[in-house]
Ligand binder design. Structure first.
Ligand SMILES: Cc1cc2nc3c(=O)[nH]c(=O)nc-3n(C[C@H](O)[C@H](O)[C@H](O)COP(=O)(O)O)c2cc1C
Length: 195
């Protein structure tokens, strides 16, 4: 069975550090057998503010469909002013009501320049995900001092942080493999028996 993971980077700043951290998590996802990663590039989507018409409705529909078909989602957000980034919130606001995130397991990866890390934004993201009916997973990975942890080429300078970021990927896959897939197989088995 193919496991489809959608990743969304909540920073659209050229050269942003959230993307660098997300790249580490994506590498980990790509190492796992049977996993297909679909990365959403918010900078290319031109998402409308809530209530305004979309300039490119087809792109928004594609975005929603991609998320609706995902087995799980990895959300990576920078901490901006003690909360999630506005691009990340706009992405979630454009995922429909009821949300296409509903029922999806969500791994949260938070990135901050400050020493405290992305605690506030990660908690906020967890609350928003739960509010729209998604299943935010218990381990949220928060990376502090991000601008000292990665160099400008996007290479992580600290093996422990690299391992921590990787756990955002493995937590998601472990949940899918251990909690979601057995349920899917059991359902398939029962349906086969009934047929
Ligand atoms: C509008 C804005 C607000 C920010 N607020 C915070 C903050 O509250 N706490 C913090 O640690 N870093 C803050 N930062 C710094 C970001 O965490 C930093 O830019 C980091 O590299 C992650 O963002 P990036 O992925 O856009 O690079 C802020 C940056 C911006 C652009």
């Amino acid at each position: 069975m193919t496991i489809r993971i959608v990743t969304i980077c909540g920073s659209v700043r050229p050269g942003n550090y959230t993307r660098m951290a997300l790249n580490v998590a994506t590498e980990k996802l790509n190492e796992a057998p049977g996993v297909v990663v679909e990365d959403i590039r918010l900078e290319d989507l031109d998402l409308p503010l809530p209530g305004l018409p979309a300039k490119n409705p087809e792109a928004i529909a594609r975005f929603q469909k991609t998320v609706s078909e995902a087995t799980g989602v990895l959300l990576a957000s920078p901490e901006y002013h003690g909360g999630i980034s506005s691009p990340m919130k706009l992405a979630i606001d454009n995922l429909g009501f009821p949300s296409n995130l509903a029922g999806k397991p969500i791994a949260i990866l938070g990135v901050a320049a400050g020493v405290i890390g992305a605690i506030k934004s990660s908690e906020q993201l967890r609350a928003i995900c739960a509010h729209v009916g998604a299943v935010p997973l218990p381990l949220a990975v928060s990376v502090p001092n991000i601008q000292r942890t990665f160099n400008e080429q996007g290479q992580c300078q600290d093996p422990k942080t690299e391992e921590l970021i990787g756990r955002s990927a493995t937590t998601l896959l472990d949940y899918i493999n251990n909690a979601v897939c057995p349920k899917i197989s059991l359902e398939a088995l029962l349906r086969e028996q009934e047929a």
